[in-house]
Ligand binder design. Structure first.
Ligand code: HEM
Length: 424
């Protein structure tokens, strides 16, 4: 069969791994049409692309997914729809258009600008700040577990894997409890609209523009308030950061929180959801974890490797280059498949096997290099706390819903539902 792969193809959502294996073996550099991108799938190639920020720019994270390309302001031929998209976003934002133009954005920026921004946001995620969340995370997990244990049957995603990370990020940002449901709705609209099936409808129809406006009005106000009356929270740290870098401007704060919304919520939810499923699918490994809880941290790393919550990243060639002898022209897009790199047998013996005892050192589920995930230690902490509370109950439970649904996205991989009930 001819090899055919497109990063946004819904047909492979449930199981993209066979096509990843073919890409690695038959076409380590492959041209996809939607989006128009060179695809790399082997571990070493993914690593090389992510490492080399002189050659590969992160601005493709916004040009490919958001259809927003600031270069189009100077030269509309770069992407004629980019201006349309930018104008639609600008009109929904409570900020002057110049503010949009000069606003820095962590995930899409390259060094040296990225280094300055990263220094600011690192202050909100120091090991001390993250560790300080542990008692609250354990309390949230205990509350969720109390409810599910009483219920007899429950949905791991809805009742445990969604609330814990969403509440933690919302509390970090000072979102009022009554706005938490909005927080989750914003996150879902964005992910489906930019990486899922609603992508085809365009920004306005998919609801993304409206969502961005609502989101920016809400966090723009919080940013203003924390600037004049700082508290001991993340937003206050970010908008009031002193030193050479200065704090984040309101629009920059909104953009950063948007990254936290997606990068911080869905990913950790999906890590927890897949961990529960993989343990039920591998009773011997569940038994091992229950005998020795010190295996949990490596279990978390193996789930990250095996079912990477972020499957793909995009980069743009800043200069002409080549990969496996294939010339890549300046400005062409490269898609790096993390989910494939993490199973590449050239790097991982028995890469397609889930094994909580293997060495997981070097997996790229959190990316690599300057953009390495800012929230990795928080995600690990949350996942460990949830699993420590859940693994003891899992042997008594069985899967209730025969049909699993996946998150409507090819970039974010995770289960939408995973219902469990007491085994007879
Ligand atoms: C299992 C959970 C998570 C996974 C798999 C994950 C994955 C990733 C990946 C692959 C990147 C690199 C993006 C790139 O190179 O373009 C990244 C960046 C980032 N992540 Fe995470 N993430 C997770 C949880 C979190 C959490 C909990 C937060 C914060 C609350 C967070 C915040 C960020 C931020 C701010 C960046 C951008 C860093 C930069 O550009 O310098 N992530 N994440």
């Amino acid at each position: 069969m001819t090899l055919s792969y497109s990063p946004f193809d819904e047909a492979i959502r449930m199981n993209p791994f066979p096509v990843y294996a073919r890409l690695r073996d038959e076409a380590p550099i492959y041209k996809s049409s939607d989006p128009d991108a060179w695809v790399v799938s082997r571990y070493q190639d993914v690593l090389s692309v992510l490492k080399d920020t002189d050659t590969f720019s992160s601005d493709a994270m916004s040009t490919v997914m958001m259809g927003v390309d600031p270069r189009a302001m100077q030269d509309p031929s770069v992407d004629p729809t980019a201006i349309e998209n930018m104008m639609a976003i600008a009109s929904a934002m409570p900020f002057p258009i110049e503010e949009l133009g000069r606003s820095r954005n962590l995930i899409v920026s390259d060094p040296p600008q990225h280094d300055d921004l990263r220094k600011i946001v690192n202050r909100g995620f120091t090991p001390r700040r993250v560790a300080a969340w542990e008692p609250r995370i354990r309390q949230l997990v205990a509350e969720c577990m109390e409810q599910v244990e009483d219920a007899g049957s429950f949905d791991v995603i809805r009742d445990l894997a969604v609330p814990v990370p969403v509440i933690v990020v919302a509390e970090m940002l000072g979102v009022e409890p009554e706005r938490r449901a909005d927080f989750k709705r914003w996150s879902d609209t964005l992910i489906e609209g930019i990486t899922g099936s609603r992508r085809r409808e365009g920004f306005v129809k998919s609801g993304v523009v409206e969502m961005l406006g609502e989101f920016a009005r809400y966090f723009g106000k919080i940013a203003e308030r924390r600037r004049s009356e700082p508290r001991d929270d993340l937003v206050s740290v970010l908008v009031n950061a002193g030193g050479d870098e200065g704090g984040l401007r309101p629009m920059e704060l909104v953009t950063f929180v948007l990254i936290l919304l997606v990068a911080g919520n869905e990913t950790t939810t999906n890590l927890i959801g897949h961990a529960a499923k993989l343990l039920l699918d591998h009773p011997d490994q569940l038994d091992a974890v229950n005998r020795d809880r010190s295996l949990i941290p490596n279990l978390v790393e193996e789930v990250l490797r095996y079912e990477s919550p972020i499957q793909l990243l995009f980069r743009r060639a800043r200069v002409a280059t080549e990969i496996h002898g294939q010339p890549i022209a300046e400005n062409e897009v490269v898609c790096a498949i993390l989910g494939s790199a993490n199973r590449d047998p050239r790097q991982w013996p028995r890469g397609e096997e889930f094994d909580i005892r293997r060495s997981t050192q070097g997996h790229v589920a959190f990316g690599f290099g300057v953009h390495f995930c800012l929230g990795a230690s928080l995600a690990r902490l949350e996942a460990c706390c949830v699993l420590e509370a859940l693994v003891g109950d899992l042997p008594k439970l069985r899967q209730r819903n025969p049909q699993l649904q996946y998150v409507d996205s090819n970039l974010v991989r995770g289960l939408r539902n995973f219902e469990l009930e007491l085994a007879a």
